[in-house]
Structures are given as structure tokens and as C-alpha cells.
Design a protein around this ligand. Structure first.
Ligand code: SF4
Ligand code: SF4
Ligand code: SF4
Length: 590
């Protein structure tokens, strides 16, 4: 490997040829600010915050400048020194920020990103004193509220194009990008359509990378507060597995700390009538899905069967790979199952009119906001789930309620629909649904006790993971994909005949729900220093390991419900309430 040695701000550094100045500086312990940069995803030198002096060349964008392009001394061959911190550079960065602000709505006081906005933080850092220094004409923009999940407000957009890059390169969707020219340039869907009119899959990965409040989740907290204040409503909340792995971050609790008990305590203090756990329905999903898989294998059903827990993935499949719709498990996602059970089994047992029940789901996911409004997600004229809020929205609500989250003592979920196994909690991380299903499918197929519960081959963050298991002579070939971009590659390989599997797990977001579009925001810069996905996943794997029951089919509460209500997995009643169907979608709505 050709190594390049040079100095940055007097610090000697040696890096492989092709390394950018930005990366070399980071290795030398020098921070160069960025706004548009995302390693391997968006390296376009657009925002000009990373300008440096490269030899005699002033104001070069460090994120796209390879060190082997530095000027060299003709006699000695030495590479020129890079300067990242001169008065001219600091002035240029400050002016760049002032120019961005000249076309920005600057309503920081009422902005949902205030205090975790990358633009605001850099303005503070670079001592911007007059945000109106270059006040003048503003680009005409309008807020796009058409999506059930995402709000686009181009008055706060800085044209960094991170959203475009993640949507196209990571998710293989590509429905937003720059349109028009010069001062009129905006990030828009084609023909300035509303996002809801496009093939957007509602995943929210664009929100996760946006440095400002130009992209945010649709705020449904008012609906929840209104329901809680209504004496005629019985308000039940449920929380997804991945929420507990990240909610603490919003309250200064170290990343990777599971806050299950504090979360249950906070929800009770907020006034919910019942605090249930979506993990219960994750166990229920395994009962239905593992038995569906066994039936498909034994009866020659459509294979590979593909999981259906991730609504972003489901919409992606319906829109871009409709030929795989017959492969999708007919199981509803866990929170929809939990909602259906709350408004049937639970309501019946407690003698509550199900029409008075409001089910609120706290999810790591913006696509679930879309999913809960799907007409097929309900029964008897009721939606299974009425309102979905994200982890970020729940954190805001807890703060508004004056609850000192970090001080709360742990509490349990409520009985009946609050119990769960270790298999359920790992649903929140890529490979978790597969591992949970295998724990049950193994025992259903072989009739033997599973000795080793950890299926480590399907853990980790490789784009696609594969494994093969021999269950009493039956070879089960499995694959796990996370991000719809990785899913697309996997489906192409299945379609071409290059690969064949029995069972595939797909999660729409990179890393699975722990990194969903509704989780606490972590800037791409911070993500270079900490492995967000690994830390949040560890919280869930630790919780799984500590659970007394780690296989879904061994949970007494689930078996009791089958005895009292559903009969057997995949029974007609189970199909009526817990299963659904899918529809091919057009890329652009008329
Ligand atoms: S996006 Fe950032 S800079 Fe813009 S108004 Fe919101 S907090 Fe302020
Ligand atoms: S929500 Fe997902 S699909 Fe929709 S624009 Fe954002 S990244 Fe693209
Ligand atoms: S919407 Fe956000 S991520 Fe997209 S270009 Fe604008 S500021 Fe950047």
C-alpha cells in the first residue's frame, strides 16, 4: 500500500494514498467541521464548512481532497503541509454559515431541532453574532405535510443532500433530490409532488441524517395528550423493543443502557390506563410466523417466506418488488397484533367497550405512522392502533410532563399483555426476528429441546447474513437483510436464481429498529466515533440473556391466550385478527 506522509497543523501523519484530508486530520486528532459529509454515503464537498489550506491552495474542501493530490516540493518530494485553523479559514467558515442563515427561517426558539441542530451548533462554535448579516431575498418554499410520517420544510434546508444520498444509496428508493437551478434550488420529489404521492416508503432514514429541522417526523403528541385528557377514553400504551435501547439517550443516560423499567414508570405517570409491552406481541408474532413457516415447508407453500414486521420494508416490497408479495408472511407487525389483541381479548376479559379504547404505540419507526392508517389494519370498524409516536416524540412528552426520567425507579409493565421472553426483545435488532423464529421453529420441527439458544450467524451488521441449519434432516437456509438497499440486492439474487432460501428476514432500516427513523438523532460526525448500532444492540442482547424465558412458545401468558381465545396458532380466529394481506403499489400515485 502506497503510504503518504505529511503534516497537518504541524502534526505528522502517515495515511494510505487516496485518504482524504478530512479523514487524515481525524486520524491526527484534528477536527474539521462538516455539514454535508457522511462517510461513504455523501462525500460531495457541497457545504464548504471543511475548507482548509492545502499547501498554497486556499479554501479546498477537505472531504473530497485526496492527500496524494497535495502539492509536493520539487526537490525533496515532500508533501505540503495542510492548515486547518488559520484566521482566513475560520473567517471563511463563519461567512459560509452566515450565507446559509441568509436563506434560512432561523426560528430556533420554536424549532424541534433546537439544541441538537448541527447548523445551530456550528453557528455557536464559529461565533456567528448577526444571523441577519446577509439578509435579503429568500427562496420561496412551502411545507410538505402530505406524508403520514414525515414533514418536509425547505425553509430550514441547507442543501447538504444527505437525505438524497441516504434515500438513493442506502435505501434504493431515490424519491427526493435537488430540483431547479441556482438560488431556486430545492430538495423536492419529482414534479414538486407531495412526498405521499411518491414511492417514499416512510422509513425516516432521511430524518436521521438531516442536520437541521428540514425533515422531521409528523408530530402526533397532541393527539396522545388529548386522548389522555378525555375521561371517556381508555388509553393503552405499548412500547416496541428498540425504544428501551435508545430512549435514555434523550435524558443523558449513556448510549447502550436499556431503560425498560424507567420507561414503564414514566408512561404510568403520564396517565396511561395500561402500560403494555409490544414484546408480548413479538412473542405472539413468532407463534404465528414460525407455525406459518412450518406449514409452508410441510405443505409446499410459497418459499422463501419473508418476514413482515417492518412496514418500511413492506411498502418497499409492494412498490418495487410486488412479485415477492406472495412470499411475505401474512402476519401483521407486532404492534398491530398487540392492538388487535387489546381491542378483542383484553377488552373482553376486562369488560371494556373496545370502541372506547385508544391504543398508542411508541415505536422507533416513522413508517408505523403510515402502517397504522392502512385500512386492512383493523377489525369491526376499529383501527388496531390509533396513534403512533416515535421514541423522540415520547421523550418530548415526558419532558413536557415534568417527569425526571433519569431519577425514576424501575417499574414493570402491566400484567396480561406486558409479559415477554428474551426472543421478543431482540426483535429490535437485525437478525433478531430470525433468531427468535429459529428458537421456536427448531423445537416445533424436531420435537427436541434446543440446547444452544444464540444463533450467532444471524447477528451483526453485515448487509446480508446467511446461514443454514439442519433440523431433523430438513435443511433450512436463511438470510437476513437490513436496509431496503440490502434487501433489493438479496431479492435480485433470489429472482435470478443465484440464491435460494427457506426463510428471509428483512428490516427496512440499517441495523434494524434500533436505528429506525424515529430514534434519538446522532449526527454522522458522532457516528464516526461511536458505534451507535452496536451499543443499542448490546442493550437488547443483554436483556435477552437476562430473561428467565427466552423462547416465545414457552411464555405462559401467550399459551393462556391461545387456550382461552385463539385456539391454535394460525387458527381462523388468529387469521381474522392477527394476519393481513398486501397490495401492489404504483411508484407514483395519480
Ligand atoms: S433548523 Fe437549526 S438553525 Fe434552523 S431554526 Fe431549527 S434549530 Fe434553528
Ligand atoms: S422516508 Fe425513506 S424513502 Fe422516504 S424520502 Fe426519506 S429516506 Fe426516502
Ligand atoms: S432536507 Fe435536510 S438532509 Fe436534505 S438537503 Fe436539506 S438540510 Fe440536507
Amino acid at each position: 500500500m502506497n503510504m503518504i506522509s505529511f503534516k497537518i497543523d504541524g502534526v505528522p501523519v502517515t495515511v494510505p494514498a487516496g485518504t482524504t484530508i478530512l479523514e487524515a486530520a481525524r486520524q491526527a486528532g484534528i477536527r474539521i467541521p462538516t455539514l454535508c459529509y457522511m462517510k461513504d454515503v455523501n462525500e460531495i464537498g457541497a457545504c464548504r464548512m471543511c475548507v482548509v489550506e492545502a499547501g498554497g491552495r486556499a479554501l479546498q474542501a477537505a472531504c473530497v481532497y485526496p492527500v496524494d493530490s497535495l502539492p509536493r516540493n520539487r526537490e525533496t518530494g515532500e508533501y505540503a503541509e495542510v492548515k486547518t485553523n488559520t484566521p482566513a479559514i475560520r473567517r471563511a467558515r463563519k461567512v459560509n454559515l452566515e450565507l446559509l442563515l441568509s436563506n434560512h427561517d432561523k426560528k430556533c426558539l420554536s424549532c424541534v431541532r433546537s439544541t441538537n441542530c448541527e447548523l445551530q451548533a456550528l453557528c455557536r462554535e464559529y461565533g456567528v453574532e448577526d444571523e441577519n448579516r446577509f439578509a435579503g431575498a429568500m427562496t420561496e418554499t412551502k411545507v410538505d405535510n402530505s406524508s403520514l410520517s414525515i414533514v418536509r420544510n425547505n425553509a430550514k434546508c441547507i442543501l447538504c443532500r444527505r437525505c438524497e444520498a441516504v434515500c438513493e444509496k442506502v435505501q434504493h428508493v431515490g424519491v427526493i433530490g435537488p430540483t431547479m437551478r441556482g438560488f431556486k434550488t430545492q430538495i423536492l420529489p419529482a414534479w414538486n409532488m407531495g412526498l405521499a404521492e411518491t414511492g417514499c416508503i416512510n422509513c425516516g432514514q432521511c430524518i436521521n441524517v438531516c442536520p437541521t429541522a428540514a425533515l422531521t417526523e409528523k408530530d402526533d403528541t397532541k393527539e396522545v395528550f388529548d386522548a389522555l385528557a378525555d375521561p371517556n377514553k381508555y388509553v393503552v400504551v405499548q412500547t416496541a423493543p428498540a425504544v428501551r435501547a435508545a430512549l435514555g439517550e434523550e435524558f443523558g443516560i449513556p448510549m447502550g443502557t436499556s431503560v425498560t423499567g424507567k420507561m414503564a414508570a414514566a408512561l404510568r405517570r403520564m396517565g396511561f390506563d395500561k402500560v403494555f409491552d409490544t414484546d408480548y406481541a413479538a412473542d405472539l408474532t413468532i407463534m404465528e410466523e414460525a407455525n406459518e413457516l412450518v406449514a409452508r415447508v410441510k405443505e409446499g407453500g410459497v418459499l422463501p417466506m419473508i418476514t413482515s414486521c417492518s412496514p418500511g420494508w413492506i411498502k418497499f416490497c409492494e412498490t418495487y418488488y410486488p412479485e415477492f408479495i406472495p412470499n411475505l408472511s401474512s402476519c401483521k407487525s407486532p404492534h398491530e397484533m398487540e392492538g388487535a389483541v387489546i381491542k378483542s381479548y383484553f377488552a373482553e376479559k376486562e369488560g371494556i367497550d373496545p370502541h372506547k379504547i385508544v391504543v398508542v404505540s411508541v415505536m422507533p419507526c416513522t413508517a408505523k405512522k403510515f402502517e397504522c392508517k392502512r385500512p386492512e389494519m383493523g377489525h369491526d370498524g376499529m383501527a388496531d392502533v390509533d396513534i403512533v409516536i416515535t421514541t423522540r416524540e415520547l421523550a418530548r412528552m415526558i419532558k413536557q410532563c415534568g417527569i425526571r426520567f433519569e431519577k425514576l425507579a424501575d417499574e414493570d409493565f402491566d400484567d396480561m399483555l406486558g409479559e415477554s421472553t428474551g426472543a421478543a426483545v431482540i426483535f429490535g435488532v437485525t437478525g433478531g426476528v430470525m433468531e427468535a423464529a429459529l428458537r421456536t421453529a427448531y423445537e416445533v420441527i424436531t420435537g427436541e429441546k434446543l440446547q444452544k439458544l444464540d444463533f450467532v450467524d444471524v447477528r451483526g451488521f453485515e448487509g446480508v447474513k446467511e446461514a443454514s441449519y439442519n433440523l431433523n434432516g430438513l435443511e433450512v437456509k436463511v438470510a437476513v437483510a437490513h436496509s431496503t438497499g440490502a434487501a433489493a440486492k438479496l431479492l435480485d439474487a433470489v429472482k435470478s436464481g443465484e440464491k435460494s432460501y427457506t426463510f428471509i428476514e428483512v428490516m427496512g432500516c440499517p441495523g434494524g429498529c434500533i436505528n429506525g427513523g424515529g430514534q434519538p438523532l446522532v449526527s454522522p460526525e458522532k457516528r464516526l466515533e461511536i458505534d451507535v448500532k452496536a451499543l443499542r444492540a448490546k442493550a437488547l442482547y443483554d436483556e435477552d440473556a437476562a430473561k428467565p424465558i427466552r423462547k416465545s412458545h414457552e411464555l405462559p401468558a401467550i399459551n393462556k391466550m391461545y387456550d382461552e381465545f385463539f385456539g391454535n396458532p394460525n387458527s381462523p380466529k388468529a387469521h381474522e385478527l392477527l394476519h393481513t394481506h398486501y397490495t401492489a403499489r404504483k411508484l407514483y400515485n395519480d
